[in-house]
Design a protein around this ligand. Structure first.
Ligand code: CTP
Ligand code: CA
Length: 226
């Protein structure tokens, strides 16, 4: 027997969220990473679950508790994250918050890389990771509402607009990470869509999450009109 859907504005909706950084191995003891804390993505998962959604949270390596009622899938690399997103489909809403590493080491070493004593510095050959959001934007099972994030340190809105088109997303939520946003408690975001730009004031990440989920509930309840 299936439990009846939880009440709430997102009852019956499956929401897939990616969060956190990815780690890309160099060798068994080293990796490439970034400063993403996972807080904004986890806050969105919590807010979506509170709104009654069935939530799949695909999390890179972070030390954060799983929000109540959320199904969590832990991954390490961008490629694992891409596979976990595929496996979670279909969904009604996808929110790609993860700071996916853009590049991975072409061939991670099987053993720890050693200095050879000559002072020679070994090069790291990088290759590009799959773009999870862009793949979803052009996928057969494209979610009806597809949302990306864009962390920018300058020209925030312009870059977000370019990403909206390039990735086939419905919204790009741009945040200015030139301050201490990555890892910090607050966030200032701009929701960029074909309808224009909606800027929210600076607030705690949990409040940003609730505002975004309220907007998601709003558009899901509007009949689609071509
Ligand atoms: N993203 C993704 N897979 C990647 C890179 C990014 O799914 N390999 C998603 C992020 O989760 C985010 C959005 O794409 O929702 C924008 O990420 P961002 O890093 O800002 O965009 P990039 O296209 O990687 O551009 P750049 O880092 O050069 O600004
Ligand atoms: Ca990137």
């Amino acid at each position: 027997l299936l439990a009846p859907p939880a009440p709430g504005p997102l009852a019956g909706q499956h929401v897939v969220i990616t969060a956190g950084p990815t780690h890309e191995p160099i060798d068994p003891v080293r990796y490439i990473a970034n400063r993403s804390s996972g807080k904004q993505g986890f806050a969105l998962a919590a807010a979506a679950a509170e709104a009654g959604a069935q939530v799949t949270l695909i999390a890179g390596p972070v030390q954060l508790p799983t929000p109540p009622g959320v199904r969590r899938v832990d991954v390490e690399t961008a490629r694992e994250m891409a596979e976990a997103v595929d496996a979670a489909l279909p969904c009604d809403v996808a929110i790609m918050v993860a700071a996916v590493a853009d590049w991975r080491v072409a061939e991670a070493a099987g053993q720890k890389r050693k200095k050879d004593g000559s002072g020679h510095i070994p090069p790291l050959e990088l290759v590009e990771n799959p773009d999870i959001l862009a793949s979803l934007g052009h996928a057969m099972l494209r979610p009806p509402l597809l949302i990306g994030f864009a962390a920018e340190t300058e020209h925030v809105i312009e870059h977000a607009k370019a990403k909206l088109a390039r990735k086939g997303a419905d919204w790009i939520i741009a945040n200015d990470v030139s301050g201490d946003v990555m890892g910090g408690a607050n966030n200032t975001v701009h929701i960029v869509s074909a309808m224009g730009v909606e800027s929210l004031s600076e607030m705690p990440k949990a409040d940003v999450a609730r505002a975004i989920i309220a907007k998601v509930a709003d558009v899901l309840h509007q009949p689609y009109d071509a």
